[in-house]
Design a protein around this ligand. Structure first.
Ligand SMILES: C[S@@+](CC[C@H](N)C(=O)[O-])C[C@H]1O[C@@H](n2cnc3c(N)ncnc32)[C@H](O)[C@@H]1O
Length: 244
């Protein structure tokens, strides 16, 4: 019913999933992230579910929305499938679904607790049914299930960056990124889909990224900022045409 108030659903009584309502709910090392909860999800108070790691891994909603808009404006109509290879608690998948541009959206996530959060969070945003949820390792699942979709797909990847400590590096070394290096991700993903967007630390070493530019072509790299400060960057590889 339009305008109906939906009561927030309590997180399942399950290890690793929570919804903190006050600062005192948050453990000491998470308190600084709790203050940003509405930046992460504007509908946080409607009962968003998180895992401990999601507090420092989630893509803030304004950035997720901007990335979704940038992808939509830069790909041709032949691209109809969006695959989010590291879906986490769902911020990017939700933004892609809200765009309404994709025939199919697949959200792959290895951690069942995070996937449960993502599905639930998508329900809070009213887009749960627009996304196919896949629990498993993207490096296995992509070649098994999506090889035949490569030409019409865009692969979005926000891999783990090795924990919150990444932000202290002046220049972030993508060759030693944990648990997957940029080379590993690119080599595995490019066997399935040549058009991909990689969401990486804002201090990523651009020389390590430049080598993925096809002969004679440019790569687009965009910084995504909140209140004037870059939070992360995206590398756009493959069939993207951004307006000049
Ligand atoms: C940086 S987080 C993604 C955050 C997500 N964009 C969001 O906004 O919530 C990376 C996620 O990748 C998941 N992950 C790590 N290795 C994976 C793999 N091989 N296949 C699928 N998911 C994986 C982790 O469990 C984690 O939830």
């Amino acid at each position: 019913m339009p305008g109906a108030i939906i009561e927030p659903e309590n997180p399942p009584d399950e290890e690793g999933i929570h919804h903190w309502t006050t600062l005192t709910d948050a453990p000491k090392d998470h308190k600084k992230y709790f203050g940003q909860r509405h930046k992460f999800f504007s509908k946080y108070d409607e009962g968003i579910w998180m895992t401990d790691d999601a507090w420092f891994e989630v893509t803030p909603e304004p950035i997720a929305n901007k990335i979704a808009a940038h992808i939509s404006e830069a790909v041709g109509p032949e691209k109809s499938v969006l695959i989010d290879a590291f879906a986490g608690v769902g911020a990017n998948a939700i933004a892609f679904a809200l765009e309404g541009r994709w025939e199919h959206i697949f959200a792959i996530e290895k951690n069942p607790a995070a996937l449960k959060c993502a599905k639930h969070n998508a329900k809070v945003y009213g887009v749960e049914k627009k996304i196919s949820w896949v629990n498993g390792d993207c490096f296995d699942i992509l070649p098994q299930r999506y090889s035949d979709m490569g030409d019409k797909a865009v692969l979005f990847a926000s891999p783990p960056w090795g924990g919150p400590g990444y932000s202290t590096d002046k220049v972030f070394n993508l060759s030693t990124m944990q648990p997957y290096s940029l080379d590993f991700i690119y080599s595995r993903f490019s066997r399935v889909c040549k058009t991909m967007v990689l969401y990486l630390p804002r201090t990523s070493d651009l020389n390590q990224i430049a080598k993925f530019a096809p002969e004679g072509k440019k790569l687009e790299v965009a910084h995504y900022c909140i209140t004037g400060a870059s939070k992360a960057l995206c590398v756009y590889i493959g069939d993207f045409n951004f307006p000049e």
